[in-house]
Design a protein around this ligand. Structure first.
Ligand code: C2E
Ligand code: CA
Ligand code: CA
Length: 632
């Protein structure tokens, strides 16, 4: 258009100038020159002058136009060059599509991305659109159509097939770059291709790591959460139930402790693989903690079989170092919709059921029930209350006399703890000691009890009220502590009581839990001057050969064997055996829970030294004991 106007302008200027010359030059000349001969000569010169001037004019006009065209062309070349540099520098493939003639031109980079040479591809659009991944065809077609019909430029991501068969991720941009001004139809489209495979792979890796566990490559907790949503949606749609299994390996910590973490890691990987092999394709497994896994299955009818198969799969030995070990797993099951309809509820309840499975002996599965939560709720509540009780000094001691069966004299007194809660009142030890042992608050509590009993003993000794021994109960978790003996020794010195006045009661089961180390601890205690008695004797399956080696002074026959004396034949036999055993090992013997006169006589006649029980006195507070002792 611009060239047309340029040409028209030149012609127009020429036309106007020539017209004026023709119309006015002769008339003007005739006006000044009358001589005909001179006129002819001058007219010749005028013609030459005309040609000269118009030539000059034409030259100037054409020159200025050609110069302008040259300038535009130069600029265009520069731009083209610059674009080429940019495209090359940005590592971009470039395509140019003559829409009218359906000719498609690409640069070398474009071909290089797909491992193609010029021979491999024609100049038809259909050629290269065939290389697009079937799943991405829709996206690309839509983008190109929008560019063609709505003149909307696009940037999209799609895959194209490399010559060697693998898929290359491309970020493609495109737009109509030329259109017919009159019909408004696109004439040319152009755009770029960028190879983004590397970026895509890095992104995929990041996404994978964010959703999967690095060690086992199993989905992690975040993945589980989104997967559960899918399972729930499906279950709701099909009106089906869904089982949420929480798995925790039994005694896995021991493997890490004994064989080291790299062996532990290997075992976890193997376990993950074995679990996976048990599952159906539709089941889902995630690793949610060190040795914790979650399985989702829609097949909730066969969940018990699944649990058995899972346990079975890890029974077969694993290689650890030079040894082979088999593993157990505790499984808690929560069912949708019964036990929860969201991630938090199902996770929490399955976890609770898993703990219940652990507590009831490990290597088993348990379905969640409401009372499991109640127990846990109560326990955590109690933990907090117990911590507060220790801080507020809410523990107090009651005392039960121990009687010499022959003389009836008080030979000892057992200190028995009670918790004086400001609201609930006096709480008996059986209601809180098992929990205190589980949460290990028994350790600070035992220290308080020991100290209180010593202070009381010192007071009674000083006043001459009582000259026997103070028996103090020691829990299994206390003797397991490394500094137990030194701690007791320092408290003994601090309060200033003679160790020979103190008898420590340790249950048979606590000793037998780790007989070897118990023996060492008891020996140290004995060397400090303490007496040691075995509490609840007869209930802990101690081996007789072991008993002989233990540095102990007394056996306390458990109340269970005294209760039905002198009528139950078994109890008669057992109590007689225990008394005889004590005599043979040169140990003292005490009968617990003596409530009747008949029991007292039976025990006396069968050689039992001492007894304790409601028949003589119930446990009582310090003041009542003082009065009781005075009366004797
Ligand atoms: P235990 O050491 O066997 O204590 C004897 C328990 O039998 C005491 O219960 C006592 O009140 C009860 N008893 C005594 N005579 C009779 C009787 O004639 N009939 C009946 N039915 N019961 C009798 P208590 O005080 O409730 O203590 C229960 C258990 O709690 C103790 O059993 C002991 O295992 C534990 N315990 C109590 N105080 C302490 C403590 O200070 N430290 C530790 N570690 N455990 C303690
Ligand atoms: Ca006791
Ligand atoms: Ca006992």
């Amino acid at each position: 258009m611009r060239s047309f106007i340029g040409a028209l302008r030149i012609v127009l200027v020429y036309f106007v100038f020539s017209l004026c010359w023709i119309l006015f030059s002769d008339a003007l000349l005739e006006y000044f020159v009358q001589d005909v001969a001179r006129l002819t000569t001058i007219q010749t010169y005028k013609g030459i002058f005309f040609i000269f001037v118009t030539s000059l004019l034409l030259f100037l006009l054409i020159k200025s136009n050609i110069f302008a065209i040259y300038k535009v062309q130069k600029k265009l070349q520069e731009n083209e060059q610059r674009l080429k540099f940019v495209i090359q520098g940005a590592n971009l493939g470039y395509w140019d599509w003559d829409y009218v003639n359906n000719k498609h031109v690409v640069n070398d980079k474009w071909l290089e991305f797909l491992g193609l040479s010029r021979m491999d591809i024609q100049d038809k659009v259909s050629d290269w659109s065939e290389l697009i991944h079937p799943e991405d065809k829709m996206v690309t077609q839509r983008a190109i159509q929008k560019a063609i019909f709505d003149f909307l430029p696009y940037v999209i991501e799609f895959r194209m097939k490399h010559k060697d068969g693998h898929w290359v991720w491309i970020e493609g941009s495109g737009a109509v770059v030329e259109k017919d001004e009159i019909t408004n139809k696109p004439l040319r489209l152009a755009g770029t291709h960028k190879n983004i495979s590397f970026r895509k792979k890095a992104n995929e890796k990041i996404t994978f790591l964010a959703l999967n566990d690095a060690l086992t490559k199993l989905p992690n907790r975040i993945f589980l959460k989104t997967k559960l949503e899918e399972f729930l949606e499906e279950a709701i749609k099909n009106k089906m139930s869904l089982a949420f299994l929480f798995l925790d390996l039994d005694y896995f910590k021991n493997i890490n402790d004994v064989y080291g973490h790299s062996v532990g890691d290997k075992v976890i990987q193997d376990v993950a693989l074995r679990f996976k092999n048990v599952l159906n394709d539709s089941d889902f497994i995630a690793r949610v903690g060190g040795d914790e896994f979650v399985i989702l299955t829609s097949d909730s009818l066969h969940v018990e079989e699944l649990c058995k198969d899972l346990a079975h799969s890890i029974e077969k030995p694993f290689d650890v170092g030079n040894e082979k070990i088999s593993l157990g797993v505790s499984v808690g099951i929560a069912l949708f919709p019964h036990d929860g309809d969201n991630f938090e509820a199902l996770f929490k309840n399955a976890d609770t059921a898993m703990y219940a499975a652990k507590n009831s002996g490990k290597n088993r599965y348990k379905f969640y029930t409401q009372d499991m939560s109640d127990v846990i709720f109560k326990s955590t509540k109690m933990d907090n209350e117990m911590k507060r009780a220790i801080e507020n000094d809410e523990f107090t001691l009651h005392y039960q006399p121990q009687i010499d069966l022959k003389t009836g004299a008080i030979v000892g007194v057992e200190a028995l703890v009670r918790w004086l809660d400001p609201i609930k009142g006096l709480i008996p030890p059986n209601d809180f000691i098992p929990r205190a042992e589980a949460n290990r608050l028994m350790i600070p509590m035992g220290e308080i009890i020991f100290k209180k009993a010593l202070v009381q003993m010192k007071e009674w000794s000083a006043s001459g009220l009582f000259d026997g021994k103070m028996a103090i109960n020691i829990s299994g978790v206390q003797i397991e502590e490394e500094d137990f003996v030194t701690l007791f020794e320092s408290i003994l010195q601090e309060v200033g009581v003679d160790a020979r006045k103190i008898e420590l009661e340790v249950t048979e089961s606590a000793i037998m839990k780790d007989a070897k180390s118990s023996q060492v601890t008891l020996l140290k205690l004995r060397n400090l001057g303490f007496s040691v008695s075995i509490d609840d004797f007869g209930t802990g399956y101690s081996s007789l050969s072991y008993l002989k080696q233990l540095p102990i002074n007394k056996l306390k026959i458990d109340r269970a064997f005294i209760k039905d004396l002198p009528y139950d034949n078994d109890d008669i036999a057992i109590s007689k055996v225990i008394i005889a055993l004590a005599k043979n090992l040169e140990l003292q013997v005490l009968a617990e829970g003596v409530e009747t006169e008949e029991q007292r006589i039976f025990l006396l006649e069968n050689g039992c030294d001492t007894a304790q029980g409601y028949l003589f006195a119930k446990p009582m507070n310090a003041d009542s004991f003082a009065q009781f002792a005075k009366k004797k």
